[in-house]
Design a protein around this ligand. Structure first.
Ligand SMILES: O=C(CO)[C@@H](O)[C@H](O)COP(=O)(O)O
Ligand SMILES: [Fe+2]
Length: 232
């Protein structure tokens, strides 16, 4: 995961999908071609780390069986040291834990990788990147939250782009080796500024699953991000 991927990665968040039809909702962004998502983003919330409750390991295990798009699990939970490796063992491609919740983030990254997943570290909008730079050397992805974690459909917080720029600089100069991912409020009005700041992977929930055609929304967001990147 060292250099910037050839094209911007789009990761639809199933938080905005119809939970009664999750398999179909994933399939809607899994058809071959430009409408195919790069990753499917799965928001796990425990009603402790965030004030919302979504789904957990059994649902991820079921999704893993039907999805040939890699799963990107975003764990908004307390004590990820205990629970996160299970998601890696279930076959998730990337497992992201919160820097604010992890007790031993270096050991946790090692455990995630040993279980076969990429290791992701996420920071809430108010968490400085500087507090976690040493730890980030052990991670494959950095997930910059651009809303307060807990709910889909919130407004993008542009101040977090400074963290994206810092991370991009550190990756481009070889000080860090990771993908920069952004999550929250990404849509046609905000993706250009995020792409210009240096994001590699864009999570989009309501902008994809709130659209009439989720696959088309994936393709349009990717095009827009690619255009912003090449113009920069
Ligand atoms: O992790 C979260 C929210 O906590 C996100 O993944 C949201 O699900 C993104 O939804 P939109 O802001 O794109 O609607
Ligand atoms: Fe998320």
């Amino acid at each position: 995961m060292a250099s910037q991927p050839l094209h911007p990665l789009i990761a639809p968040s199933i938080l905005s999908a119809d939970f009664a039809r999750l398999g179909e909702e994933v399939a809607a962004v899994a058809r071959d071609g430009e409408t195919r998502a790069d990753w499917v983003h799965v928001d796990v919330m425990d009603n402790h780390f965030v004030p919302n409750l979504t789904l957990g390991l059994p649902v991820v295990e079921s999704l893993q069986k039907v999805s040939d798009v890699p799963l990107d699990c975003h764990l908004m939970i307390d004590n990820p040291d205990k629970w996160a490796p299970g998601y890696a063992e279930a076959g998730a491609y990337n497992v992201t834990v919160h820097a604010e919740a992890a007790h031993d983030p270096v050991m946790l990254a090692k455990n995630l990788r040993a279980a076969g997943a990429k290791a992701g570290l996420s920071v809430k909008p108010g968490t400085p990147l500087e507090d976690h730079l040493e730890v980030l050397k052990h991670y494959d992805t950095l997930l910059v939250m651009s809303v307060e974690p807990g709910f889909g459909g919130q407004s993008f917080i542009p101040d977090v782009l400074e963290k994206v720029r810092t991370a991009r600089r550190l990756v481009d100069t070889g000080h860090l080796t990771l993908l920069v991912e952004i999550d929250g409020g990404i849509n046609a009005s905000t993706i250009t500024q995020a792409a210009e700041a240096g994001v590699d992977c864009f999570v989009a929930g309501s902008a994809v699953y709130g659209a009439d055609d989720p696959g088309r929304a994936v393709a349009a967001l990717r095009d827009q991000a690619a255009g912003a990147r090449s113009a920069h």
